[in-house]
Write a protein that binds this ligand. Sequence first.
Ligand code: SAH
Ligand code: SF4
Length: 357
Amino acid sequence: MEGNKISQSPKSEKLALSGLSLAELEAFVKEMGLPKFRAKQLHTWIYSKWAGSFEQMTDLGADLRLKLAERAKIGSLEQKHLEVSKDGTRKYLFALPDKKLVESVLMTFQDRDSLSACVSSQVGCAVGCSFCATGYLGFKRNLSSTEIVDQVMSIQRESGKRVGNVVYMGQGEPLLNTENVIESIHKLIEQVGIGGRHITVSTSGIIPGIRRLAKEKIPVTLALSLHAPDTMTREEVVPITKQYPIAELMESLREYQSVSNRRITIEYVLLAGVTDSADQARELAELVRDINCNINLIPYNPTFDESGVAYYDRPSIDVQRRFANLASRSGKTVTIRLERGTDINAACGQLHNAYGK
Ligand code: SAH
Ligand code: SF4
């Protein structure tokens, strides 16, 4: 637990406070020999006032602020780059304390008041889906809960805008970093103040992770990246299918639902000539018939090989609509995902197109 890490971290290494729980802040002030109420003050400055430095914490006294700055820092992430799309989407490149890079995205939707942050849960990803830029990077390391939460806090500090929704759809497979991800969800709910119902965890289908999440009984939305209803295609595009077959996966969703009662989102990437046939649309409808879910179709966002050639093609609008119509015969709501930030490579699966090397 991070509470322990506080006393373990060497004096020379500054401790990042943004992303710590109140209990962890209390452990920190205790270690500094400060009274307990200082933790609450720090908590308010960090999570309610989005302070970016100790200098701003005017009720702490100059000496104390200096002392704090010697031992700690606000966030664990350093913003390296920010790109703003024509549609207002903001893509951040953050450096972690070990200089590894992750990306996070802030999305604004005209028809919605609240903003959504898309966060990364790992540096790179081990799953290696055939259409995903993060997959090509391979797995580097898991993010800590503090590093996950600080993505949301850094976005709020930089943009001055309140994040209302968080989706775990950036780099990485959240359910291969399940414990830190669950801890980060608790922190987003309890420290940052984001409603559990406004948090979505997207997984490529890691069955033990789905079971673990069910046990935690937190009211988040589970999104399953299905992408193909038949084993042959799914094994090709989502290689982890060999380890976690479709039938067992569907069973784990039913189990999840029997505990959580929440509607699941089925994500489905449309790859021309690979996952977009009429038969696959019908098969998809059949496969999810007894699951309480919505289907979200994601037209492929181009990802490129070394020589700049896209791996797949995106189906035409007509094919997308035909697929949606056939899939909706199961009585499920089928939506085609609105593209966000493709001009800055911030759309699904494009993260690390530009910085990956
Ligand atoms: N690892 C998790 C979450 C991150 S990916 C997962 O796979 O679910 C978030 C979503 O973007 C997933 O549904 C993923 O399959 C999709 N995605 C990845 N690459 C894409 C691409 N090139 N075009 C469209 N969607 C993509
Ligand atoms: Fe990993 Fe998700 Fe990309 Fe697949 S789609 S490689 S699971 S990040």
